[in-house]
Design a protein around this ligand. Structure first.
Ligand SMILES: Cc1cc2nc3c(=O)[nH]c(=O)nc-3n(C[C@H](O)[C@H](O)[C@H](O)COP(=O)(O)OP(=O)(O)OC[C@H]3O[C@@H](n4cnc5c(N)ncnc54)[C@H](O)[C@@H]3O)c2cc1C
Length: 500
């Protein structure tokens, strides 16, 4: 029977981060991926030769609180990742359709604060206080220093209040509340459910500067693959764990793989959706309370996405907004309610990609969506869906294309849709239970599935563990790696790499 020190389940950014960290610290790693290739949400796809992003379009974390940069440096792949900051004057805009107001959100938290004060002069004090609170949360967040991260850091008071509660205490201005909550749609939890602290931890990266990455998620995957070459990491695609066997003293002795093989390991870390983890765990070894808690996690929103391109030279995305968040009305809680059936929000993201040495102006639009929107076709699989589903998808995609042309009338004749994806498409390509974009909704006061599980050589990490998005997924892996590797060794490793 093959023996490993660490088995990692899931080859997305979280699994790849863990594999690299653990192997660089001397462990023999087996990385299991259900799909034909590793990368998860980072994988791009190509249509008509044009590269499109699946689950990674932009992120914060490259400037000021350079947590993403720090993680890439420690992983030794920083030089391969080239961010393109969306820091031009009108790169990032919020369009409130009902109110007819456009807010250009600049890069840099201080500039951002000043700009919001200009837009909302009667609420200057509230704006100032909001940004001061965001800053305070970041200063008090130990996980933003890779040497101090821990699975259970001391909570701060902002961990126990919702974003909505804080906003209600600051201002009655619903437009300002909405403007300060727009980013909830970039992590999938409503203002009245997310803790102010978690909102601040994600939003600060966006206030500092949103960035896309040259060659998108593929740049990450290439860099990880290259780094894996010198390390004791075995990657197996099309493979998962079927069963945990030989359980003694609250520890799993053997793991049965879908290939039929049995392997042993000191520890196994799941980076997949918590509900998928339950499918592998031996139910009889877990309390009802544990099981009920994990089963009760609710899905974040997903997206209905349209992928397209604008023909001809035109002014290009560098001139106009790279990210336009279209908000039909100012009640973000209502917009993000799964039962809401009015006009949806829409994020329109634009970038320039090189296709056969020619620049192509790429447009991707995402409309927040929930599983119930596609529930009638949930038993179908990619390539084998009904004509009713095809009609739903065509109708919906056409509606989004119309909205893109309304927001950017200059694209009336030049914007062409190339492909579209519903939550079922994302569910089936990313092997998630429901196609949600950010795993579970990370609600205030909730205990996520994170760190060591009740069987003591099993662990959980991934985007549902601590913070959503690729930054959160990677961060969860650093925290778990630190708890597995000897702490002194981990700290020396991180310090040495950060000093280079
Ligand atoms: C449409 C969309 C847009 C998004 N946009 C952004 C964005 O712009 N910025 C951002 O930061 N985040 C974005 N996200 C979220 C981002 O994709 C995730 O946060 C990130 O990819 C999560 O990484 P992960 O490693 O935790 O999980 P994943 O990337 O989902 O990786 C999990 C891997 O595990 C595999 N797997 C599943 N089950 C098993 C099993 N039983 N055994 C073995 N392998 C298994 C899957 O195939 C997958 O490869 C978006 C997501 C979506 C869907």
């Amino acid at each position: 029977m093959e023996r490993y020190q660490s088995i990692i389940v899931g080859g997305g950014v979280s699994g790849m981060t863990l594999a690299l960290l653990l192997a660089a610290n001397g462990r023999k790693v087996l990385l299991l991926e259900k799909a034909p290739v590793i990368g998860g949400g980072l994988c791009r796809f190509r249509k008509n030769g044009i590269p499109f992003d699946t689950g990674f379009h932009f992120t914060g974390g490259f400037v000021r609180n350079t947590i993403l940069r720090d993680m890439l440096t420690v992983l030794g792949i920083n030089d391969s990742i080239r961010p393109v900051l969306l820091d031009k004057e009108r790169s990032n805009q919020f369009l409130f359709e009902q109110e007819g107001i456009t807010i250009a959100v600049p890069a840099g938290i201080d500039v951002c604060c000043a700009r919001f004060e200009e837009y909302f002069p009667a609420d200057r004090a509230a704006v100032k206080q909001y940004f001061a609170m965001v800053d305070r949360v970041i200063q008090a967040t130990p996980s933003f220093d890779l040497r101090k991260i821990a699975i259970s850091p001391d909570p701060i008071k902002e961990d126990f209040v919702t974003l909505q509660h804080v906003l209600d205490g600051l201002t009655q201005n619903k437009m300002l509340q909405a403007a300060l909550s727009v980013y909830c749609m970039c992590y999938g939890t409503r203002p009245n459910e997310v803790s102010f602290a978690n909102h601040a931890r994600v939003a600060v990266g966006f206030y500092d500067a949103i960035a896309r990455v040259e060659d998108g998620g593929d740049a990450f995957i290439r860099a990880f693959r290259q780094a894996f070459k010198d390390l004791p990491i075995e990657v197996r695609c099309h493979t998962t764990i079927l069963e945990c066997l030989d359980i003694h003293d609250r520890q799993v002795g053997r793991f049965l793989l879908s290939s039929g093989e049995e392997v042993t390991a000191d520890e196994c870390i799941f980076t997949i959706h918590p509900h998928e983890v339950l499918k592998v765990l031996p139910r009889q070894h877990f309390s009802k309370a544990f099981w009920d808690r994990v089963e009760a996690f609710e899905a974040s929103n997903g997206f209905f996405s349209v992928f397209g391109a604008v023909d001809g030279a035109g002014p290009g995305p560098e001139v106009g907004p790279s990210l336009m968040s279209v908000v039909p009305q100012a009640d973000i809680n209502r917009l993000m309610d799964p039962s809401y059936d009015g006009p949806q929000a829409l994020a329109i993201f634009q970038s320039r990609e090189m296709v056969r040495d020619r620049p192509v102006h790429v447009v991707t639009a995402f409309e927040p969506s929930y599983f119930q929107h596609v529930a009638p076709w949930q038993d179908s699989k990619v390539g084998r869906r009904s004509s009713e589903y095809a009609a739903y998808k065509d109708r919906h995609a056409a509606g989004i294309c119309d909205r893109i042309r309304q927001v950017f009338p200059q694209y009336k004749d030049s914007f062409k849709m190339v492909d579209a994806a519903s939550m079922l498409t994302f569910r089936d390509y990313l092997s998630t239970p429901d196609g949600s974009a950010y795993g579970i909704r990370q609600k205030v006061g909730q205990f996520n599935l994170f760190g060591r599980l009740p069987l003591r050589n099993l662990y959980a990490a991934g985007q549902s563990a601590v913070l959503p998005g690729i930054l959160g997924a990677m961060l969860s892996s650093f925290v778990v790696a630190r708890s597995i590797v000897d702490q002194q060794q981990y700290n020396d490793f991180v310090s040495k790499r950060l000093c280079h």
